[in-house]
Ligand binder design. Structure first.
Ligand SMILES: Nc1ncnc2c1ncn2[C@@H]1O[C@H](COP(=O)(O)OP(=O)(O)OP(=O)(O)O)[C@@H](O)[C@H]1O
Length: 218
């Protein structure tokens, strides 16, 4: 089992410190939930790990090997917060470029693919597109998967169908997942980390989320 280790991440924008000495790790076989208030730096952190956002300082490594650009050689895959699939191309064709050939049968058996394989992205609803984009990423070749708001636009019943697929995928991959639907994150994750005041804090129970001011407790 490989381990992704993220350490000493520093980020500032226009002199404003966003991340300060952030530490995070994830081992294949686990889902790590990342929670935090709006603007605390969750998306920035995922982009830094993936390699598309520059940081003041960072260490990202897999089993001790430094990874400058996570996207190189499909080491790390990333679902961005906003839609990423280009328009005008049939979904089956897009999926073939990203999905791991070893996972193709599993992927094509998913109802969200079967219903939409011959369509183009603009023919799907926001929630259908989000499900499909997430499923393509988690069935990609990468050992580590970063998911930024996969539950956004997803209805409760579909989120319930979706979580077991994420859990099944985590049997062979490491997944870091963030979303404001914290109850879905608590359910799907093996452990939860809160990003607050520029640093990560391990969360043991819901009460801590109240104590750290993430949940109101009402
Ligand atoms: N390119 C940029 N230039 C300047 N400031 C930026 C840039 N990108 C992000 N920021 C700022 O950095 C902070 C962290 O943004 P980020 O998108 O990482 O937050 P987030 O935790 O993902 O927020 P949300 O939950 O609202 O999506 C925010 O205050 C944002 O305004």
């Amino acid at each position: 089992m490989k381990t992704l280790k993220v350490d000493s991440v520093e980020l500032e924008f226009d002199g404003r410190k966003i991340l300060q000495s952030v530490y995070l790790n994830c081992t294949q076989g686990e889902v790590v939930g990342l929670l935090g208030r709006n603007g605390c730096g969750k998306s920035s952190l995922l982009k830094i790990i993936f390699g598309t956002q520059a940081a003041g300082h960072k260490y990202v490594g897999i089993d001790g090997e430094y990874i400058g650009k996570g996207y190189h050689n499909n080491r790390i895959a990333y679902l961005p917060q906003h839609n990423y699939l280009p328009g005008g191309i049939v979904i089956e064709k897009l999926a073939k470029q990203i999905v791991d050939p070893l996972s193709w049968n599993e992927f094509t058996a998913l109802p969200i693919f079967q219903r939409n394989a011959g369509k183009k992205t603009h023919e799907l609803s926001g929630g259908e597109l989000r499900q499909l984009e997430t499923m393509i990423i988690i069935h990609s070749r990468a050992d580590f998967i970063l998911l930024d708001e996969p539950f956004t636009h997803i209805s409760p019943i579909q989120a319930d169908e979706f979580k077991p697929v994420i859990r099944a995928c985590a049997k062979r991959k490491g997944i870091i997942i963030t979303d404001h639907q914290y109850y879905n994150i608590l359910e799907v994750s093996d452990r939860v980390v809160l990003l607050s005041d520029g640093v990560t804090k391990a969360i043991d129970d819901r009460e801590e989320l109240i104590r750290y001011g993430y949940l109101s407790g009402k």
